[in-house]
Design a protein around this ligand. Structure first.
Ligand SMILES: *Cc1c(COP(=O)(O)O)cnc(C)c1O
Length: 408
């Protein structure tokens, strides 16, 4: 290869490596544009997008309504802060209240902040009641974000190492183990925090009835159930919220990732009674409820909450999972299991996947692996079946290559 010519991709990678913190290890491409469920890099190569910026670009790329709303809002007012009211924030809160269990919304800018808001809510609820409850119980392998509170609740040693001491009063128990949870609960327990499906852990499913058992247990113990729907919410699992499929209503819920369609936006949803624990001055965010982000959120919630749209996501999800089951059978030497719900699926392998994302790029597929040996499937919710199948055919080829590599 002629060493003198550097491709636009390579040149960006070199520049980025000099000035950005080394806390990420991006694939060696720079994305510059996208259309629907396809993205294009700086060299002009196009890929099927099975990542969606980690379950964020829920409406795909360059969605006409979303882009129009962002453009229109940008031409009106970008930011107001919460010293005044703004229309998009009120409009979006009304939509979220109409489409969920919640009666009150707190806006922020990310998943971690939404989780922080839930943790602060739980502590403050019991402080106000004078009950002396402050402990939070979360689960092994969970992921709740990187800020100190959310990190404390994150049950993965690798993320916590070097940042201790973390928040006191937070403990973790095995996900899915209701007995361990019951044993861990004390008269000091303020809340149990969990994901309806553990996304970053590798799309780990709860045992059937687990969320319901957590709901019953928290109710019996007089503490809160905090649900982290940052990854599972906003249609990702084929219903507006994952909790709808579990027959439970949480006390509070964190939302982010897909809700802005690609614009940074997070929210904490709760009831009026519990929300009263965070009155004037108790919590806040300068950017929270930003009109630009909320204008985007309004379009995403309108599009996704349409029953016909959700039915389509559910159908596509069933198709995706059944094809992943087929791939599991076809490549049973290297594939352990396929699992997931809606357009959030995982394929667990028993071989090293370090090279897979790059091999996928070479075939025209943007793919991401998590928790070591798991491929996560989180395409835009707007993907059509033909594009989904195209991507899955490429996964089939990749698995074939991996099988022969393993045999060699
Ligand atoms: C991604 C994620 C977070 C953190 O969101 P950020 O926007 O990165 O802070 C929290 N909880 C869950 C379940 C997530 O998947």
């Amino acid at each position: 290869m002629a060493a003198e010519t550097t491709s636009p991709n390579d040149s960006w990678v070199q520049r980025g490596q000099k000035v950005l913190l080394g806390n990420y290890r991006p694939m060696p491409i720079t994305l510059v544009s996208g259309e629907g469920a396809r993205v294009v890099d700086a060299d002009g190569t196009s890929y099927v997008d099975f990542v969606s910026g980690i379950a964020v670009t829920s409406l795909g790329h360059n969605h006409p309504q979303l882009i129009a709303a962002i453009r229109a809002q940008a031409g009106k007012i970008l930011h107001t802060a919460n010293v005044v009211w703004n229309e998009p924030a009120i409009g979006l809160a009304e939509k979220l209240v109409a489409k969920s269990f919640a009666e009150r919304v707190f806006f922020c800018n990310s998943g971690a902040e939404a989780v922080e808001a839930m943790l602060k809510l739980a502590r403050k609820v019991f402080f106000d009641r004078g009950e002396g409850r402050f402990e939070i119980i979360s689960f092994d392998k969970s992921f709740h974000g990187r800020t100190m509170g959310a990190l404390t609740a994150t049950g993965q040693e690798k993320y916590r190492l070097g940042f201790e001491p973390l928040l006191p009063g937070v403990k973790t128990v095995p996900y899915g183990d209701i007995q361990a949870l019951e044993q861990a609960m004390t008269e000091r327990t303020a809340a149990v925090l969990l994901e309806p499906i553990q996304g970053e852990a590798g799309v780990r499913m709860p045992p059937p009835g687990f969320l319901k058992a957590v709901r019953e247990l928290t109710q019996r113990h007089g503490c809160l159930m905090l649900l982290d729907e940052v990854q599972t919410g906003v249609g990702r699992c084929g219903t507006m919220w994952a909790y709808e499929q579990e027959g439970v209503i949480p006390d509070a819920m964190s939302v982010a990732k897909g809700i802005g369609g690609g614009v940074p936006l997070g929210a904490m949803l709760t009831t009026t009674a519990l929300g009263a624990a965070l009155p004037f001055g108790s919590h806040g965010s300068t950017f929270g409820g930003n009109p630009l982000a909320c204008a985007a959120g309004c379009v995403v919630v309108d599009v996704v909450s349409d029953p016909a749209f959700l039915a389509k996501v559910k159908g596509l999800g069933e198709h995706l999972l059944s094809r992943l089951h087929q791939l599991t059978r076809a490549h049973r030497k290297i594939v352990v299991e396929a699992r997931g719900r809606g357009l959030l699926c995982g394929l667990e392998l028993n071989v090293d996947l370090a090279k897979l994302p790059k091999q996928a790029l070479a075939k025209g597929l943007l793919l991401n692996t998590i928790a070591g040996k798991i491929i996560r499937f989180a395409p835009p919710l707007t993907i059509d079946q033909a594009t989904l199948d195209q991507g899955l055919d490429l996964v089939d080829q990749l698995l074939m290559d991996l099988s022969s590599e393993t045999r060699a």
